[in-house]
Design a binder for this molecule. Sequence first.
Ligand code: LLP
Length: 434
Amino acid sequence: MHFYGSTGINSKGNLEIGGLDAIDLAREYGTPLYVYDVALIRERARGFKQAFDEQKVQAQVAYASKAFSTIAMLQLAEEEGLSLDVVSGGELYTALAAGFPVERIHFHGNNKSREELEMALENRIGCIVVDNFYELNLLKLICNEKNTMVKILLRVTPGIEAHTHDYILTGQEDSKFGFDLQNGQAEEALSAALQFENFDVLGIHCHIGSQIFETTGFLLAAEKLIEKLNKWKNKLSFEAKVLNLGGGFGIRYTKEDEPLLPYQYVSEIIKEVKSLVSSFSLSMPEIWIEPGRSLVGDSGITLYKIGSSKEVPGVRKYLAVDGGMSDNIRPALYQAKYEAVLANKPLEKADETVSIAGKCCESGDMLIWDLPLPKQGDEDILAVFCTGAYGYSMSNNYNRLPRPAVVFVENGKSALVVKRETYEDLIRLDLPLK
Ligand code: LLP
């Protein structure tokens, strides 16, 4: 079994996270429960920043808050000196409520509404990553109306396929995101943006995909973008201050995954950008990146109580937990794989193979297929690893299951950072027929 960060086994033989017994956490806060190892989030954040600092490269590491956006998490990101990527009015609202420094907030999205853009401008956020011509014109209109300046990046699609699950590819040409770099749209957008005096065009952005294990895709993207920047320097007299290479750095969900460390991804990117920039005699831009999953993914563990089981003789044993696709939709949506242990006997030898079912009324609500486990007792606690990214943030109330609580643990202390939903919460917005 692979343990992450400050997760390990305590003297009772139970799973321990951040110095606390997982069984005690489940007892105190109930299940299902999302538990975050705060020290590991800090370690990941520092890994990304360290490489930039050592190489003395101006940079922003913007946490892609779609991975897990709550007030406490954004305050932690701020403590670690990260910037922030938001993709909706709701994520921006959360950032503002967390007191996140507005100048370090970047606003993404392929269909930002007028209200969202106005909210961003009124709050003077750091920059808007303009995705398409519609947005470029709308933003121009709003800047005129408000007589205000705005810093922008242009999102481009460099036509690079990152090797990962199809549904989460965003960098290829046939994409709903960004201005195409090859067919001239990006250049057209840039020259239009440069003509409008209320835009301060900082540079360009791309995001080539998610859960990427190698640096090749990032290096290739850097090359394509910098080649274009060189062309635009000559043709449009435009020199980018910022090169944003997006997120997508992979993490280890199971033993099949072999990601690099944050420090390694960044070091190779820096090396490549420096060499490209010098070969074209361009001035070195700031490098911005936007990790989401790799900052919070492996620090999250979900604790479930085991309930019913069903044996299908000669086929398999189903073991059901008290959550499922409502708190982790990734297995159902992407066939995502996870590892898990019984938190009260994590090291005990497995003596059977079971499949972990959720409690939602849907056959596809399976969390893990074919998991080796020791014999289970009543009320055992199952700990599923690496649920920190896109778990809580994609959670839902299917079957009217209340969303679980979220607890942060660090140095032997726990803090409730999101309350468990109640049944009253579930009907809070409902109105009666008459
Ligand atoms: N920047 C941009 C522009 C993005 O679109 C994304 C993710 C990120 C940064 C952060 O990517 P990360 O470092 O977390 O891979 N729900 C899917 C992931 C969708 C990612 C969408 N964009 C999942 O659960 O795997």
